[in-house]
Design a protein around this ligand. Structure first.
Ligand SMILES: [Zn+2]
Ligand SMILES: [Zn+2]
Length: 151
């Protein structure tokens, strides 16, 4: 349980309001529930998995509404997609700085803290081609996961 999850609901809601304000999003009850569900889900849920959880709390919610809110989070930069090239949309619920361990066999994606790496930097940013302006590093460490090793 992260320190954020152990805060009382009122404080979490206040923190969510501040976050939305910073990212130019309006605060609605649905948006708040979807965010809470996302933060409570381990790993990298798909919109469908988020929808299944949100329904327990808002039975009338539609998949379209969940999609719309997830895209609002992603477009505003409040949350990130796991990777832009994974094909299917997976939401990064872990907002702590981290990279990914990707299993070559089953494609499972696990988090690894940025603190477990040597500090990453470009040797000479003037040599980044095509006028590209980097804003963060996303490292994928490819290998075989524990479960696949046992098979
Ligand atoms: Zn695997
Ligand atoms: Zn992650």
């Amino acid at each position: 349980v992260s320190p954020v999850e152990s805060l009382p609901q009122q404080e979490r809601l206040q923190a969510f309001r501040t976050l939305c304000l910073r990212h130019g999003l309006s605060v609605t009850h649905q948006r708040w529930v979807i965010y809470e569900v996302l933060k409570s889900m381990p790993g990298h849920p798909s919109p469908e998995e988020v929808f299944a959880q949100v329904r327990h709390q808002i039975p009338a919610v539609s998949l379209g509404t969940v999609y719309k809110n997830i895209h609002a989070f992603l477009d505003s930069g409040l949350l990130r997609e796991v990777s832009l090239h994974h094909g299917t949309l997976r939401i990064e619920a872990n907002t702590d700085p981290h990279h990914h361990l990707v299993c070559r066999r089953c494609k499972a994606v696990f988090d690894i803290s940025e603190a477990d790496f040597e500090p990453l930097r470009l040797r000479d940013s003037a040599r980044v081609p095509n006028g590209f302006v980097p804003d963060h590093f996303a490292v994928e460490v490819i290998g075989i996961c524990d479960r696949c090793q046992q098979q």
